[in-house]
Ligand binder design. Structure first.
Ligand SMILES: Nc1ncnc2c1ncn2[C@@H]1O[C@H](COP(=O)(O)OP(=O)(O)OP(=O)(O)O)[C@@H](O)[C@H]1O
Ligand SMILES: [Mg+2]
Length: 397
């Protein structure tokens, strides 16, 4: 038998809610977002508790592992009834809930208080929401954080990865010699019938148009039903009371794989535009996530990202997209693991930019920006956009 030498400072129990595995600590606080989904799923299937232990290798300073030691089990919250919706009904209570909700936002998610409160308000008011913005700006993260902070059964569907929308959203028709033809309903059918469920439709903009057609009636506040067989007037499934949908979409950006979404589909959502972080917010986020990485390096990463974003939005843009927060987080992870800024950029930034056109290529342009910050690590005089543009054009001429 293995012995745990250390005692964890937090112990959680995993509960299944919809198709997600939520982690509850002994105080009844939700810890889902702190633990990877694989780790939670294994603990649930293996029927064991997880403990939080200090770790030098994890950037958070903690790691979650199986815990089979002592725990005051009577204080483990048993959330066997996942429908513990505590949405207030009196207007004064609703107001207090919305305006006191900023504390529910995880610290690691950078989002303005206004936007976060707008998300909570939309959820409380039963609105379908669509988070829009360029790739890697935190759409999925914000949608998941919102789902986590609402104590409701939740379901996750990645529509961008679905090849067969009908099978995912409706179900499959099977045949065997005993039963003949029979129909098995999808998990989505179960999800929409679960009262008060919060259903995440990730990457809706990349979904097959068939998926959009199937979802039209489901999302319409006046209809709210799913037809099991589109071909005839067969069975329809009613969307349960209080069910809301949260979608994410890459709209208005450079991604060609993103199909242009139908206006009628868009109209079925309250659109929440995710902001691309400014330099200060980027810097605060990275500093919060990587307290052990040199602050000058972090500040340079934020500056590089901001310069590329400003450039990509300018009228004379020489690059089609800026460096995303997803990439700056990856970059800082590499810095934390001992890579230099130059090395980290080479593997995580440059491959995202087109190399064709030699010295005029997007990649060359981005390389030049990065290299200004690699020389001595302090290029304070280069933050002026015009100077930087000048420096770059001098180099290329
Ligand atoms: N606003 C933000 N606050 C905190 N972290 C962020 C933010 N934006 C991006 N990140 C980081 O980038 C990663 C990717 O974010 P996320 O998956 O939410 O992007 P997305 O907008 O859904 O992108 P895509 O359109 O490619 O799906 C996150 O795991 C997080 O580390
Ligand atoms: Mg996403």
């Amino acid at each position: 038998m293995t012995k745990n030498k250390l005692t964890p400072d937090v112990v959680v129990k995993i509960e299944k809610s919809g198709n997600r595995y939520n982690a509850w600590d002994t105080n009844g606080d939700k810890r889902t977002s702190e633990i990877t989904s694989g780790c939670r799923k294994n603990a649930y299937n293996g029927g064991y508790l997880l403990g939080r232990f200090p770790s030098n290798s994890a950037k958070s300073g903690f790691s979650w592992r199986k815990w089979s030691g002592e725990v005051a089990t009577e204080t483990v919250v048993n959330n066997s009834d996942p429908i513990s919706v505590d949405i207030p009904s009196e207007h004064a209570e609703v107001l207090a809930f919305i305006h006191g909700s900023y504390s529910l936002k995880p610290k690691g998610l950078m989002m303005t208080e206004l936007k976060w409160k707008y998300l909570i308000r939309s959820a409380v008011r039963g609105k379908n929401m669509m988070m829009t913005g360029p790739s890697g700006c935190g759409k999925t993260m914000a949608a998941k954080a919102l789902v986590n902070s609402l104590d409701r059964p939740d379901f996750y569907f990645n529509l961008g990865a679905t090849q067969d929308p009908r099978a995912t959203l409706i179900g499959n028709t099977h045949f065997n010699s005993d039963q003949g033809t029979y129909f098995s309903k999808s998990l989505f059918v179960e999800a929409i019938q679960t009262p008060n469920a919060v259903i995440l439709l990730d990457e809706l903009s990349r979904a097959h148009p068939d998926a959009w057609n199937i979802l039209m009636t489901v999302l319409d506040y006046g209809q709210r039903y799913l037809r099991l067989d589109e071909a005839d007037s067969s069975d329809t499934i009613k969307v349960g009371d209080g069910v809301i949908f949260i979608a994410t979409a890459n709209i208005g950006n450079e991604y060609t794989s993103t199909r242009v979404m139908d206006k009628a589909l868009m109209d079925r959502f309250t659109v929440v535009e995710m902001d691309v972080l400014n330099e200060d917010d980027e810097n605060s986020l990275l500093t919060y996530m990587f307290p052990n990485v040199n602050s000058d390096l972090i500040s340079n990463v934020s500056k590089i990202a901001t310069l590329t974003r400003t450039e990509s939005n300018s009228d004379t843009a020489r690059i089609t997209s800026g460096i995303s927060t997803r990439t700056t987080v990856e970059l800082c992870g590499l810095l934390y693991d001992g890579f230099s800024l130059e090395e980290a950029s080479e593997v995580s930034i440059y491959p995202q930019y087109d190399n064709t056109g030699g010295v005029d290529s997007e990649r060359t342009f981005v390389k030049q920006i990065v290299q200004k910050f690699c020389d001595d690590g302090s290029s304070d005089d280069l933050f002026n956009e015009d100077e930087m543009a000048e420096a770059v054009s001098e180099d290329t001429n």
